[in-house]
Design a protein around this ligand. Structure first.
Ligand SMILES: Cc1cc2nc3c(=O)[nH]c(=O)nc-3n(C[C@H](O)[C@H](O)[C@H](O)COP(=O)(O)OP(=O)(O)OC[C@H]3O[C@@H](n4cnc5c(N)ncnc54)[C@H](O)[C@@H]3O)c2cc1C
Length: 367
């Protein structure tokens, strides 16, 4: 376009949005849908293809139990777990996909110190029936175990469903385009610059997970925390029903007969390679727990990068730059926390008070 056109004419041709979301992981996608429902026009700018990073690598346990959740995060974790059936149902309806939300609960083999130090907890979570009846395929059915009424979901299906649902709601996408900079004029965010072009909006949200600290002007202290994972095909589709957690490994069955075995928690920078010794260790641990898995097939292994923060809490809210927001740092709980993050962040961006106190998650707590 010629630059000697009158400026009003030039601006009239530039498409703008109410909100630009950087990053199309489960957090960015869920937020895009929530903002569209409030009437905002939304563009998601994604470096690769939506839903292919941490949200693709995750196990999908929806863990909101007090023993494993930081107390300051508990209200959001509980609220999000409660929102899940409706969240999943809506995404399924809007995408025509099945996200495999399962409600069989979790069997936890706790570390010995928990059995001794927290007998009340164990008592409150007694197995509904003996372990041998709950999961006949488990070896050692007499070890101490407790039961959690917890759900799981397939994060890959969930992310693809959220992408489809967002498109159906009229969210625009720019995929394969990396944001390099936030445009700031007079202290106010006005858009984003990408490797290929630039986009304008009055409000920008950084949802780039482990990469959130790489875009200025605020160096959010997120870091990648690598998780390796193994996926098996069970010899019988319903060999295991429950999620199983031990101090060393967890097993997450899917309804189609896949079984996820995970995961490492490693400080390895932006390295997403798996190593054979770790994958073999997972396989041995799975077979030790469920001997029949010896007859299962190894389907694939992978690694993903969780968005970690110094205090292991998410970073949620407005930044000191007017119109620039952040929703990142969900670490090990981003699949669980997607529905509540979308709700509270959509409220904040829309200029309303969120239903929950977000002070502990303020981006300014690291200043
Ligand atoms: C092995 C493993 C197991 C896990 N298990 C669970 C679990 O059981 N339960 C649970 O709740 N959570 C789990 N998690 C955590 C969960 O996966 C994450 O917290 C969640 O996916 C974070 O979502 P996100 O959208 O913030 O990040 P991501 O899914 O990583 O998305 C960020 C997106 O931003 C894009 N991006 C980055 N930089 C730019 C840029 N400059 N411009 C444009 N786009 C950019 C990326 O390409 C990516 O698509 C697990 C994670 C791993 C790795």
């Amino acid at each position: 376009m010629s630059t000697d056109l009158p400026s009003f004419f030039y601006n009239a041709e530039v498409k703008t949005w109410d909100v630009i979301i950087i990053g199309g992981g489960i957090i960015g996608l869920s937020l895009a849908i929530a903002l569209r429902k409030r009437g905002a026009t939304v563009l998601v700018v994604e470096r690769g293809e939506p839903g292919r990073e941490a949200s693709h690598a995750a196990g999908g346990m929806l863990v909101d139990c007090g023993l494993e959740t930081l107390s300051v995060l508990q209200p959001l974790a509980t609220a999000s777990a409660r929102m899940y059936p409706e969240f999943a149902q809506e995404l399924q309806f809007e995408s025509g996909m099945h996200v495999d939300l399962r409600d069989h609960g979790t069997i936890v083999f706790p570390p010995p110190e928990h059995v001794h130090e927290r007998p009340g907890f164990t008592l409150a979570n007694l197995l509904p029936v003996p372990l041998a009846e709950l999961e006949p395929a488990l070896a050692e059915p007499n070890r101490p175990a407790f039961y959690l009424k917890e759900r799981s979901v397939d994060p890959r299906a969930l992310s693809t469903a959220a992408w489809k649902a967002a498109k159906r709601h009229g969210v625009d996408f720019s995929s394969g385009d990396e944001v390099t900079e936030i445009a700031v004029v007079d202290g106010r965010a006005t858009g984003v610059t990408t490797a290929k072009t630039a986009f304008q909006a009055a409000k920008i949200v950084n949802c780039t997970g482990a990469w959130s600290g790489q875009i200025g002007p605020h160096p959010f202290p997120t870091r990648p925390v690598k998780g390796q994972m193994l996926c098996l095909l069970m010899p019988q589709r319903a060999l295991l029903k429950h999620v199983i957690r031990t101090p060393d490994v967890y097993l997450i069955p899917r309804s189609d007969g896949r079984l996820l075995v995970g995961a490492t928690v490693e400080e390895a920078g932006f390295d997403k390679r798996t190593d054979l010794a770790t994958i073999q260790r997972f396989h041995r641990a799975a077979v030790d727990l469920v001997p029949e898995l010896r007859n299962g097939k190894i389907l694939e292994d992978w690694a993903g990068l969780r968005p970690g923060t110094p205090d292991a809490l998410p970073i949620l809210g407005a930044t000191p730059t007017h119109g620039y927001y952040v929703a990142t740092g969900h670490f090990r709980d981003g699949i669980l926390l997607a529905p509540i993050t979308a709700e509270v962040m959509a409220a904040v961006i829309d200029g309303h008070a969120p239903e929950y106190d977000l002070t502990p998650f303020s981006p300014e707590r690291f200043d």
